[in-house]
Design a protein around this ligand. Sequence first.
Ligand code: ZN
Ligand code: ZN
Length: 259
Amino acid sequence: MRYGGNTSCLEVTAAGRRLIFDAGTGIRALGLELARSANLDIDIYFTHTHLDHITGLTFFAPLFEESNSVRLWAGHLEAPHTLKNVVTKLMQAPLYPVSLEVFRAEVGFNEFRAGDTLACGEVGLRTAPLNHPNGATGYRVDFGGKSICYITDTEHRPGERDKTIVELCRGADVMIYDSSYTDEEYPRYREWGHSTWQEGVRVADAAGVGTLAIFHHDPSHDDAFMDDVARQAASLRPGTVASGLPRVVVAHEGLTLAP
Ligand SMILES: [Zn+2]
Ligand SMILES: [Zn+2]
């Protein structure tokens, strides 16, 4: 599988800080790499806590090292849910063999409201609510005049752009966008809370985004299918931006983007 089969996880490094977005199964390999160092100071921001975005958390090696500090953040939960009780429930019988106390790192649970502005050291973080069952949060990371937006999971309304997303992503260098389906497939998946790669192109164009990263691939889409999406997307957004990045890219396991 060239595009990869892990679920959502991405890492943004800026100003000496390490920001991780989502803890899908992809966080396991990242954790093993990070665990080669000690005294880690890490923030993990969840778009939401559906299983595909949180199930890798308990396999994140830095959580098992005493010298590390890991802060978890979520902005989509409504009372009585809290991030701490969601993780506690994930790690309990008969779903999981050990409880939260197994973590050796200092773990912090932080709640905010999607729409709040946060900061991680000198790194600016804007957030916005997405259209997803049980809620989700979109993020914009700004540092040193560069910006990356992470927009998943979200469902568009056919024929109109989501103004909240366009506003959050305006002029961003990179937008990583929920492209679970194609426009042709979408009518079968109404209300599932996901969008299409074509809508990603339309939002990127409306917001003046530099590079669109097609993300959150449906598991039924194999490499040949994604190659075809890549070709079609490149014909709609040809060329590169000043940094040399293509104007559209299909995200794959281990992809690094440096705007
Ligand atoms: Zn979801
Ligand atoms: Zn998802």
